[in-house]
Design a protein around this ligand. Structure first.
Ligand SMILES: [Zn+2]
Length: 165
């Protein structure tokens, strides 16, 4: 995928190769060998930052990269963070949301935990560091949506698809 656009994401999702990757569990990124493809990561960050795309996050398998990472808007300032090898360590409460996905044609009603305690590796300056934090609200919802992508779970499988009238 060259520059990431909404139509390129959907075309990829509908291709044989893309459809297969989207339902596959992603292998962990080996930070020692920096297997993460920086160019793809930068493209994903650029896509989420672009206000025209109205994107909360984007996961590696959505752009054809078989690695366990995603990028998402995070916190009060909605800065875009890189989330590598994420783990959900605990969750509390539940709430139903209507979610859309750049890799699916229809939205779905999905049940998510209200708060999640997570850990992940991110890039801080030029150094990898492991973050532990508890997320709630939109951050918790987006984290769970993107995390599901790394498990090969799309919203159509997680929830109930909303069909157009
Ligand atoms: Zn998605």
């Amino acid at each position: 995928m060259d520059k990431i656009t909404k139509s390129a994401l959907m075309a990829y999702a509908l291709s044989d190769e893309g459809a297969k990757l989207l339902v596959t569990k992603m292998p962990e990124v080996n930070l020692d060998t920096l297997m993460i493809c920086q160019e793809n990561l930068l493209k994903a960050i650029e896509f989420v930052k672009n206000p025209e795309n109205n994107a909360a996050g984007l996961a590696a398998p959505q752009i054809g990269v078989a690695e366990s990472w995603f990028v998402m808007k995070h916190g009060r300032d909605q800065s875009v963070v890189t989330v590598i090898n994420p783990v959900i360590k605990g969750c509390m409460g539940s709430k139903q949301h209507v979610e859309s996905c750049f890799s699916e044609l229809l939205p779905a009603r999905v049940k998510r935990s209200k708060t999640v305690t997570v850990s992940y590796t991110t890039l801080s300056g030029q150094v990898w560091c492991r973050i532990f934090e508890t997320l709630d609200g939109l951050d918790a919802q987006v984290f769970q949506h993107e995390y599901d992508h790394l498990q090969g779970i799309l919203i159509a499988k997680r929830g109930e698809v909303i069909k157009k009238e």
